[in-house]
Design a protein. Structure first.
Lengths: 269, 435
């Protein structure tokens, strides 16, 4: 119920953010922000409830998607507070709607336990947070490409709400760096756990493979960027491409095979 | 109470006449005092800018206030009335309020939405306050005027977006770099518009300006003017690796920068964004340069297009601003209308008080040895009686004014109680009484 309410709040916020791009009225942005925060609060309550009651009907994949929505919107509001980049909401909130919808689609009659050992919780948390930061970086990249397109095509009028290119570029790079750091911790802790608990099969678990591929993609992106071989626009396009690829791979893998929670359960077992 | 605004502006008078009719700042206090010394002028404010001279005044109603103010303007500025009258506009009551609101919100400015006029009106008001010629009416009017101007600025986008080509360059640079503090610019050639753009960029916080010109002396001269550096024509490529903004206005028959040359520059600068403003005619920068990663090229036509769009946007916002001003004018008009019945109320009270005092004096003269306490009681009783008798007529007058029948009912009351215009004290008289 809480996740469903959160989905509705995110949906309203997403519509308001998109309307804001068409009609840049400050009131729309304010309302979008409130709805988004309301969705975040409801999602938080849903996650707390799942942990307090010791189980959730969302299933491992559903819990992961729900965590993704919660983390992405949470980090987004931190960014808005610090950097005034509200317009990212036009990408972030539809993503939150997607994640929450996927979470609700993963609902089953079986209650999945949500009280794994602390290290599993940390492993899942840092991995999810890393992915959430990549989602925000992709949102920043999308706005960069849009602003770049407008500037190249001399379409200046009516885009005062868009942040400048330099801010977007720096923001995207910072988010990727932090996301990469967290994903490194997530992937590293997963590998360490597989070795400590002598479960080598976890190293080839499909979902953990997806995270390793994602890690490799972003490592390549950071190296290319550090070498100065691409500018802001190409970097933004690669950033969007990497996240899209990671997202599609993640959703497909969750559909075809279990998930990270499932893998964690196997470790615990 | 009458409120008038008399003046001329860029819409009605040529610059030569505007110059002659302007009030220099150092003479303003003296002029304001002279104006208020004139009969029937209670309060005044003089707004004098390069585009307008407007005199706002208040005084007793029906005594030709606008004629008095217009005559003062002609005499004080030594401009024959025959020359002044064809270009002079006179607004009364709500029209004056509406015009002042429009002027201060920059709806009547030569450049719609320009911010200076609000400051200029504020200065004019403060000058009047300092000269002691601003009373309750103009204080209220001008405070409301500044509130309305602020409302227009915050609730509409009338002041957003550049409306000059040189400033449009700064606005575009901000879309790419955000803050311009610490950024570097390269000026290729030295056209007048390019110099103007550099001035705007420097005031926006540009850290360094480098000037390349075919004539090194000219480059050095400009560099010393802007506090920059002069380089030779051959050093442009190396300087391009550091610059963030390039403004080109060289008189060259061919492109100064082409695509291949810029590609190699961009590689060397690791695709850091470069904003190129081409103000040259014929163009100095190959339009294909815009294809290079990180390059943003704007020529004169592009900038003029941006300015035109911005102007259109301001005109669209002006409609929203007019709605705000109309609503605020209506509100102030209600206040002004309320003031119209005030003189009649004052006269009515004065007449009844005169009767009361006369009757008390007559009665007391017959009563020998009346104690002070009893005298005070009689005073109290008669005052209360007069107040009770007048309560209903005064309430009826105020209601009639609110209903739009104020003028008619006021006339009836004045005739019934034989109230004369001379009964109404002017602000000057009230001030004099206080002194």
């Amino acid at each position: 119920m809480l996740y469903l309410l959160a989905l509705h709040a995110f949906l309203v916020a997403a519509v308001l953010y998109i309307t804001f791009v068409v009609n840049a009225r400050d009131g729309l942005l304010r309302w979008a922000g409130w709805f988004s925060l309301a969705g975040f609060a409801l999602d938080s309550l849903g996650l707390v409830d799942a942990h307090v009651s010791g189980g959730s009907t969302l299933g491992p994949a559903g819990m992961f998607y729900s965590m993704m929505a919660w983390s992405t919107v949470g980090f987004f509001h931190l960014l808005v507070w610090k950097k005034k980049v509200d317009v990212l909401g036009v990408i972030v909130l539809p993503l939150a709607v997607l994640f929450n919808s996927l979470a609700l689609l993963s609902t089953s009659d079986v209650v999945t336990p949500t009280t794994p050992p602390i290290w599993v919780s940390l492993h899942v948390a840092v991995t999810t947070w890393g992915e959430a930061l990549f989602a925000l970086a992709a949102a920043s990249g999308t706005i960069y490409v849009y602003q770049d397109w407008r500037l190249r095509n001399k379409q200046i009028h009516g885009s005062q709400y868009l942040p400048d290119l330099q801010t977007l570029d720096a923001l995207g790079l910072t988010l990727i760096r932090w996301g990469f750091f967290l994903l490194t911790l997530g992937v590293g802790s997963g590998v360490a756990a597989a070795l400590v608990f002598d479960r080598p099969q976890l190293l080839s678990d499909p979902i953990s493979m997806v995270f390793k591929v994602t890690w490799g993609l972003y490592l390549a992106l950071l190296l290319i960027r550090a070498a100065g071989r691409i500018g802001g626009r190409r970097s933004a396009i690669l950033n969007i491409g990497s996240f899209t690829l990671a997202l599609v791979a993640m959703v497909t893998t969750f559909l075809m095979a279990g998930g990270v929670m499932h893998a964690a359960d196997k470790v615990v077992g | 109470m009458d409120l008038v605004l008399v003046g001329i502006s860029h819409r009605t008078a040529p610059i030569e006449l505007r110059e002659r009719l302007s009030f220099p700042a150092d003479e303003l206090a003296e002029c304001l005092l002279s104006l208020c010394e004139m009969e029937n002028v209670d309060e005044a404010v003089i707004i004098s800018t390069c585009n307008r001279t407007e005199l706002v005044a208040s005084g007793p109603a029906g005594r030709g206030l606008s004629k008095i103010v217009a005559r003062f303007m002609a005499e004080d500025r030594k401009v024959p009335e025959s020359e002044l009258h064809p270009v002079l506009y006179r607004y009364h009551s709500w029209e004056a309020v509406n015009h002042l609101f429009r002027v201060t919100a920059s709806l009547d400015s030569m450049v719609l939405g320009e911010p200076q006029i609000t400051g200029q009106v504020k200065e004019a008001y403060h000058a009047a306050c300092d000269a002691g010629v601003c009373g309750p009416m103009l204080n209220r009017l001008f405070h409301k005027t500044f509130q309305v101007a602020k409302r227009v600025r915050t609730e509409t986008k009338i002041a957003e977006n550049a409306v000059s080509v040189s400033y449009a360059g700064v606005e575009l640079a901000r879309r790419i770099f955000g803050k311009l503090e610490g950024k570097e610019a390269l000026l290729i050639g030295a056209g007048e518009m390019a110099e103007l753009a550099v001035e705007h960029l420097l005031s926006a916080g540009l850290a360094k300006i480098t000037i390349a010109n075919r004539t090194h002396e000219r480059a050095a001269k400009l560099a010393s003017r802007f506090g920059g550096y002069a380089i030779g024509w051959g050093d442009i490529d190396s300087e391009l690796q550091h610059a963030d903004i390039v403004i080109s206005s060289a008189a060259a028959p061919h492109y100064v920068l082409n695509h291949e040359r810029l590609e190699s520059v961009m590689r060397a600068r690791r695709y850091r964004p470069l904003f190129l403003i081409d103000l040259g005619v014929p163009r100095n920068i190959d339009p294909d340069c815009a294809e290079a990663e990180g390059c943003y090229v704007y020529d004169l036509d592009d900038l003029e297009g941006v300015v035109e769009e911005n102007k259109k946007s301001r005109y669209a916002e002006a409609k929203a601003a007019e709605l705000i001003i109309d609503a605020e004018t209506e509100e102030f008009e209600n206040y002004l209308n309320g003031l119209r019945v005030v003189p009649t109320i004052v006269s009515l009270r004065k007449r009844f008080d005169e009767i009361r005092i006369a009757e008390i004096d007559r009665v007391i003269a017959r009563l020998d040895g009346l104690e002070d306490e009893h005298r005070e009681r009689i005073e109290y009783l008669t005052t209360a009686l007069v107040n009770k008798i007048l309560h209903e007529p005064i309430a009826a007058l105020k209601k009639a004014e609110a209903d739009g029948d104020g003028a008619e009912v006021t006339q009836i009351v004045r005739r019934l109680f034989a109230l004369d215009d001379k009964d109404v004290p002017t602000l000057k008289e009230i001030k004099g009484e206080k002194k």
